[in-house]
Design a protein around this ligand. Structure first.
Ligand code: FAQ
Length: 310
């Protein structure tokens, strides 16, 4: 028979209510949440790099201000998520070490280079679009601090998505060269965006358990389908072509059929062999080492305050 604690945990999940940090939870539930939340936090922090590449070359003060605000939001999301992981007993310093040493992952999408300014728009439209599609259901995740963090994060991601779409709309109203830049960027980002949702369900070892625990609310393939259906009319309104010859409306399913992403490419990028993996981690390592004196000073100051308190 289950223990009282296990029975309470099961009842909370069955009633679709939240598990809170001080509640008992199975060790594997805790470990799985730390894994997903840490990977999510790392993605937000590493995700600042591809866009930061264009900060000093934004074409106007307005575009620079928008981009700067977006990148700062990503930093906030990362810190917010590390805090959620800390409520589970994770140590933030250790999580950062695990990111830098490659023991923990971050989203594959941030290992692709940003080659022209249209990439900033396409990241907003497709990458933040995919992030929203994946994260809105996480607002109902069974772990309280994670679900609540997602509510705020999703509001900010919506702004990010719209700034990207608006940027692309502006470029599409511009010259042929600008329209060409947008299409070229869409061609490069479409398939990697589909891969953000993770491997196909048959190859996703975590989905079944995460669904049972109500950490995840939909499978990887369900969310990928939702994203495709959402993006097709947006691409039409924009006047770009999605680079998939198999993309077509399926009346019977009430959804779009689409081609198979290159799963071997996803495995390679997750394994550390994408175009920018080494560079992303190196930049993060340098920033972490460069900030060591700040952490030491803050710790020394905290110790001193403790001593001085009566
Ligand atoms: N990249 O069994 P599953 C953003 C790993 S949005 C790298 O299916 P799960 C906003 C997975 O960890 C991006 N690794 O795993 C932004 C697992 O390995 P593990 C971040 C991937 O967890 C926008 C293994 O493969 N969003 O940052 C990927 O059930 C613009 C097997 O996979 C989130 O993290 C991948 N694409 O499903 C910021 C959302 N896919 O850990 C800046 C929260 C899978 O066992 C600029 N996370 N793996 O060693 C999730 O929803 C889930 O964790 C999934 C993966 C759906 C990503």
């Amino acid at each position: 028979a289950p223990t009282d604690e296990q029975a309470y945990f099961d009842a909370v999940l069955a009633a679709d209510q939240r598990i809170e940090p001080r509640d008992w939870m199975p060790d594997a539930y805790r470990a799985n949440l730390i894994r997903q939340i840490a990977q999510h936090a790392h993605s937000e922090i590493i995700g600042m790099q591809p866009e930061a590449n264009w900060l000093t070359r934004a074409p106007s003060l307005r575009r620079k201000a928008i981009l700067l605000a977006k990148i700062q939001d990503e930093a906030g999301h990362g810190l917010y998520l590390y805090s959620a992981a800390e409520t589970l007993g994770a140590d933030r310093g250790e999580l950062t070490e695990w990111l830098i040493s490659g023991r923990q992952k971050y989203s594959s999408i941030f290992n692709y280079p940003t080659l022209n300014f249209a990439d900033v728009g396409v990241i907003g439209w497709l990458v933040d679009g995919a992030a929203i599609c994946n994260q809105v259901p996480l607002c109902r995740s069974s772990f309280g601090p994670y679900g609540r963090a997602m509510i705020r994060v999703c509001k900010e991601e919506s702004f990010h998505q719209r700034q990207g779409y608006e940027l692309l709309m502006t470029m599409m109203r511009g010259t042929d060269a600008q329209r060409h830049m947008v299409q070229e960027a869409v061609d490069r980002w479409w398939w990697p965006a589909l891969m953000m949702f993770g491997p196909p369900d048959g190859d996703s070892p975590n989905t079944e358990r995460s669904m049972r625990w109500r950490i995840k609310r939909h499978t990887n393939d369900e969310l990928r389908q939702r994203f495709v259906d959402m993006s097709v009319p947006q691409a039409e309104a924009l006047g770009v072509t999605l680079p998939d010859p198999e993309l077509s409306w399926n009346d019977e399913r009430g959804s779009h059929d689409f081609g198979e992403p290159d799963w071997a490419e996803l495995s390679q990028v997750i394994a550390g062999n994408g175009a920018c993996n080494a560079q992303r981690i190196e930049v993060r390592r340098a920033a972490h080492e460069g900030g060591a004196w700040v952490r030491e000073a803050a710790a020394a100051f905290a110790d001193k305050n403790k001593e001085m308190r009566p």
